[in-house]
Write a protein that binds this ligand. Structure first.
Ligand SMILES: [Mg+2]
Length: 209
């Protein structure tokens, strides 16, 4: 059982599938719920609840083809809350990878933070920094796609090249951009996309510009 209090864990939990190692690799960090799979009220707690979003597999496949590592960074506080075990999370991620594989799309690594707070939980950049260290990424060449302002903040704090916000029903990015802040606000994405495929196209176009 994980403590239901903020912890000072300094290493994220990770499963790496790729054999690619740096130095100076470029990656795209993906939030999970609302980017790859449908967000679900009360969390995704079972493999049968994983439903890919439109454009998700095609987006990952495009990023794979562009030679970018695809690294999921996901907050998983249901573990600290006692709603989900790590083994249960692995079965969910197996299902996610299986659905993607059916469309020739591959994840290179999944980082998850089981804590309710702390340096690894987005909006903190801990998972991204660790991935850079583990995989040999050049963060200044990396991108992020997320659907919440915490995702965009984590990308900014990690020093990513660009961050894309998805317009989703659950977390419409215009809501957090509606304040009086200037465009220098760290929560502002570089681009907005309707789904991961559109975001991947923006990233690949930028990569080649
Ligand atoms: Mg999300």
């Amino acid at each position: 059982m994980y403590p239901a209090q903020p912890v000072t864990r300094t290493r994220a939990f990770v499963v790496v599938y790729s054999t690619a190692m740096g130095p100076n690799l470029a990656a795209v960090f993906l939030d999970r719920d609302g980017v790859l799979n449908e967000e679900r009220p009360g969390y995704v707690l079972r493999p049968g609840q994983v439903r890919l979003l439109p454009g998700a597999a095609q987006g990952v496949r495009l990023l794979n083809a562009a030679g970018l590592l695809v690294v999921v960074v996901t907050n998983q506080s249901p573990i600290a809350r006692g709603l989900l075990t790590e083994a249960g999370l692995q079965t969910i991620h197996c299902r996610l990878r299986e659905l993607l594989a059916a469309e020739d799309a591959t994840l290179d690594a999944i980082y998850y933070c089981p804590d309710i707070a702390g340096p690894l939980r987005k909006p903190e950049p801990g998972m991204l920094l660790q991935a850079a260290d583990d995989l040999g990424l050049d963060l200044a060449r990396c991108y992020l796609v997320g659907d919440q302002e915490t995702d965009i903040l984590a990308a900014r704090r990690a020093g990513c090249r660009a961050a894309v916000a998805l317009e989703t029903a659950g977390h419409n990015c215009w809501n957090w951009m509606a304040g009086p802040d200037s465009s220098s606000d760290l929560r502002f994405p570089d681009w907005i996309a309707q789904n991961l495929l559109e975001a991947a196209r923006q990233i690949v176009a930028h990569l080649n510009s």
